[in-house]
Design a protein around this ligand. Structure first.
Ligand SMILES: Nc1ncnc2c1ncn2[C@@H]1O[C@H](COP(=O)(O)OP(=O)(O)OP(=O)(O)O)[C@@H](O)[C@H]1O
Length: 363
């Protein structure tokens, strides 16, 4: 049987909700588990408990056939005996040590030859060759983060824990490191658990995502599945679904359900029965806009006529709010917005394909 990291524990702080973690992940091969959720969800606490830096009040943590923590018999294995690599948000490099000595810090007791070999392997892999003699203050943010990663990896950890490893970096460096990180970890074959509240990072890096909110695990699974089909409106909000509306199934024809939302109707692919109440989720990027109130023939089943109520610029993207019986949010590029001459009060038609309308059953 493949060895697993199995954790089921609860950590309580005097103020705030109990943090309840459930996690079963394979250890025999590389896989990256993402802890995803808003600020205060309990992600860092979960990571600190796995590392042995915090002690839960209840539950257990098993790493293969080793017990790292068991509240029922008072076992708490010390962090250094867990052989974990931990990469924090702020790189926490020693400013007075060179890159080489920073990386070598955790393997000071190894023989010279082995130490040099390991440092060379990592400086090579992480693109740090040539920088060994520099001090952290002489490096860019991305280089510093790579040194911190090398320092976490040089001890050959059995598990790597990453807490928002890219959040302090500027956008281009972040994108580059995101691509590299997955490649490096795959090559080294070290299973990893990473905290992030960045959707792109969760989707781009993770093999498995655990959505946390208010100390609880709300949903887990492959990131694409979780982001495409959140189990409830709270998860839908956390994973960034822009349009979440209550509705009711009023008709079913050939697997296509008609959902009434206020005075509007939408078509969706659904198993839900006529009369059932649903929560309708539509991502803003799945909404296309056409000028005017008459849409041409299109494969999109939903044509909602409405009036623009807001235009909010977010970098190269504009978030458009349209009143079409309910407030529908659409994302368009700034260029598209200019080309179409979109403005407040203009009539538009929103086009949405039926599969982009996701339904969550409501009790
Ligand atoms: N040392 C502590 N003492 C008291 N409460 C704490 C402590 N550490 C965390 N908490 C509380 O536990 C809850 C979860 O915090 P945690 O840092 O794990 O969340 P998070 O999801 O990592 O948030 P962020 O994304 O902001 O880092 C919060 O309510 C926080 O106030």
């Amino acid at each position: 049987m493949e060895p697993e990291l199995v954790a089921e524990f609860e950590k309580n702080f005097p103020d705030g909700p109990p943090i309840k973690v459930r996690l079963h992940r394979p250890l025999g091969r590389f896989s990256l588990t993402v802890l995803f959720g808003p600020s205060g969800a309990g992600k860092t606490t979960a990571l600190r408990c796995l590392a042995g830096l915090d002690r839960p009040q209840r539950g257990y943590i098993r790493f293969g056939d080793e017990i790292w923590f068991d509240a029922s018999c008072g076992i708490q294995v010390e962090p250094q005996r867990r052989q974990i690599g931990y990469l924090f948000q702020d790189y926490a490099l020693f400013p007075h040590l060179t890159v080489e000595r920073n990386i070598a810090y955790g393997i000071r007791r190894l023989g010279d030859a082995e130490r040099r070999k390991r440092i060379a392997e990592l400086t090579d892999l992480l693109g740090l060759a040539g920088l060994e003699g520099r001090y952290p203050g002489q490096l860019s943010g991305g280089q510093q983060q790579r040194v911190a990663l090398a320092r976490a990896l040089v001890c050959r950890p059995r598990l790597l824990l990453l807490d928002e490893p890219l959040c302090a970096l500027d956008q281009p460096t972040r994108e580059q490191l995101r691509r590299d990180l997955r490649r490096w970890l795959t090559k080294l074959g070290i299973p990893a658990v990473m905290v992030t509240h960045d959707r792109v990072e969760a989707l781009g890096l993770g093999d498995h995502v655990i959505v946390m909110d208010h100390g609880c695990v709300r949903q887990c699974g492959p990131p694409q599945d979780v982001f495409a089909a959140p189990v409830d409106p709270a998860v839908a909000r956390i994973v960034g679904v822009d349009n979440i509306e209550g509705g009711k199934v009023i008709r079913k024809v050939n697997g296509l359900a008609t959902i009434q939302i206020g005075s509007s109707e939408l078509l969706a692919l659904s198993e839900a029965c006529v009369g059932s109440r649903v929560c309708v989720c539509i991502r803003a990027e799945d909404v296309m806009l056409e000028r005017g109130a008459v849409a041409r023939q299109s494969s999109a089943r939903n044509h909602l006529v409405g009036r623009i109520r807001s235009l909010d610029r977010e970098g190269p993207i504009v978030r458009v709010g349209i009143d079409c019986g309910f407030l529908l949010k659409a994302l368009v590029t700034h260029q598209a917005c200019e080309d179409m001459g979109l403005c407040d009060g203009m009539d538009v038609t929103a086009l949405i394909k039926a599969p982009a309308v996701r339904l969550i059953a409501r009790e």
